[in-house]
Design a protein around this ligand. Sequence first.
Ligand code: G3P
Length: 220
Amino acid sequence: MLFFVDTANLDHIREAAELGILDGVTTNPSLMAKEGITGEKEVLKHYRSICEIVGKDRDVSAEVISTDFAGMVAEGKKLAELHENIVVKVPMIKEGVKAIAHFTELGIRTNCTLVFSAGQAILAAKAGATYVSPFIGRIDDTAWDGMKLIKDIFEIYGQTGYETAILAASIRNPLHIVQAAKAGADVVTCPLSAIMGLFYHPLTDIGLEKFLADYNKANG
Ligand code: G3P
């Protein structure tokens, strides 16, 4: 399973990359706004910086703002030309599916975002999306079972042979990561805090303390 970090914060991306386990980055307009990145020039510059931090053969999802086919295609082409890492992120709406199908024909990789049902995941795969992004945390927020959606998409894609990768998004904590892995996600994208949460276990700390104490006792 690939690990993407879901942020536009360059320090977090650097920290995740330094761990040696980072496969990519996802961003969205809210995450860019949170970092104060505004205006086309600044946005493109920021995407280029992200691509340079993550390095070669990593994916960086950059989202279009337009909601009409022509606008999405124009924006997506510009984003894709920016760097070879760029994956064009497109919302799951009619015009978006049309744009994804067009990008597929052009050989431009896509991430279909804002997916909340198995039916939408089928449409994304039919259009040839590289990734489909079901939003787990936001489904959980409504007292539905986000992980069930990952399981359903995994089952459907397995049966139909769709090659779209399942990118579990809106992953908020370490348990979500473990559950997404069990449910068959190909990728998880989450804040750095969720990845860091995977490290911690009190028995690891206690065990290491004991190993070092025994070593010091034996070696004076
Ligand atoms: O990848 C989508 C993600 O950014 C949404 O996460 O926590 O805003 O639901 P969240």
